[in-house]
Ligand binder design. Sequence first.
Ligand code: ZN
Length: 552
Amino acid sequence: MRIMFIDAPVRSPRSATTLVILASLWLSLAGNLTLWKNLYALPEISGWDGLGFTLVFACMIVCIVSAVLSLFAWRLTLKPMITLMLLITGFATYYMWMYGIVLDTAMTVNVLQTDVREARDQLSWQLFLTVFGFAVVPAYWLWQQPMTALPWTKQIARNAALFVASLLIAFGSVQLIFQDFASLMRNHTQLRHQINPLNSVNAFLQLTVIPSEKKEGPLQPIGEDAKRADNSSHSQHKPPLLILVLGETARSQNFSLNGYERPTNPLLAKEQVTSFTRMSSCGTSTAESVPCMFSHLGRQDFANRRHEYENLLDVLQRAGYAVLWIDNQSGCKGQCDRIPNVNTSSLKIPEHCHGDECRDTVMLARIEAEMAKLPAERLKNGAVVVMHQMGSHGPAYFKRTAAEFKKFTPECTDTSLAQCEREQIINAYDNTIVQTDFFLSRVIGWLKAQEKTHSTAMLYVSDHGESLGEKNIYLHGLPYRVAPPEQTTVPMITWLSPHFEQLSRVNARCLQTQRDKALSHDNLFHSVLGLMAVNTNVYQRELDFFAACQAR
Ligand SMILES: [Zn+2]
């Protein structure tokens, strides 16, 4: 009898090609659960035909992923590349499944611009589990596998063969289902942003390697001729002071001023405000909307612009006004680069700040001190102060409100919205609107107190809206063409003091008759210039929504 010693099993090395194929299968099939679920829900996809279509579609994705990975199929690069794709796919799967978001370029910009606090808001054990299951476990397995070492000439031949074969099969698959595929992509354009991990790869390339037609050359000045109107009314009156409140994630339909059945605007309802009901946003995310809102270009032209231009605040400053940006959020997205600005979001003022976040009222606590730093020769002409709110930023809506504004209960207190009843999510969101109502009424209160020395006004407008579970979609950031009105219809509220009405010759009662007019962020640039009586060649009176109520 022989005694056998059993060694620990020696793992046979795997070729780069095998690893590429296994990774492509996992990334494409498991990493696209959301896509399969959404495809299955489409009326076009049903029965055996639908199953056949889905299989060919899946084969196509596997081949394209394998073509991409074959470019990295070298000993030093393959494992890191697959690991990166696993992680991206793990995170993407979680957000796509939970919130119905898609990964296009705009969403990727948002992710890259997210600050630590926003990221912390979104951490949950479901996120951890998803990433663990989709990415960490397969990555662990991957790093356990030894890889065969081939001479580089052989490796290059194999990689090239894999690349070509993958593309040929992908091309063949498209041919098989071309008619259905083309019409599906035409009718459901958002699908192309749901294909993991190709959506992330595409967005990354769009942002980095693929030369952008935008941002060519130096910043283009605009409104170089800007001057404050030299009319008699300005010399007789106290200088204007406009607070432009830049709202966050507020959607129009949850404002009781706009007909919402819940009393979300108890304080503003007592003020002489005008609430516009049909204002549409320029984008569906902060990164997309904010630069567009301050631009002289409309939504279309802004998206197609070839250069970066100066913005509304540059023109106001050039006209001689003091301009200030107070930011209680993650930054001004480049809009305050050439004007005085301050961030209040991480101050430690006990009355306004809790933990690592400050309520929007902190901006009022700081405004006088910050305005005092502005040049006196500008202040005497008047001032425009932008206040960038934290507002209704999700998904942790419950963190945005102080206890006294939690009117609607129970609230969803889980950052993973899918864990909550829809009513609780809406309760938590509505409370943020109540908090904003309080903040805006405090802004008006502060402006009233400045009337001794200024003619004051407030203009509030949100950057984009929010989905709260309508058609199972949450949060915001869907591509504009397919975004639901909840994400693109935003509140806009104006308040003009009697002094300001005289100074600007804008009649606030007349504005009430205009409140249901269809407007958009395209109007903002021109309306603020009109309200602040700035004469310049970039001003277009037909886009100024105050003009209809302004005595010439
Ligand atoms: Zn936003």
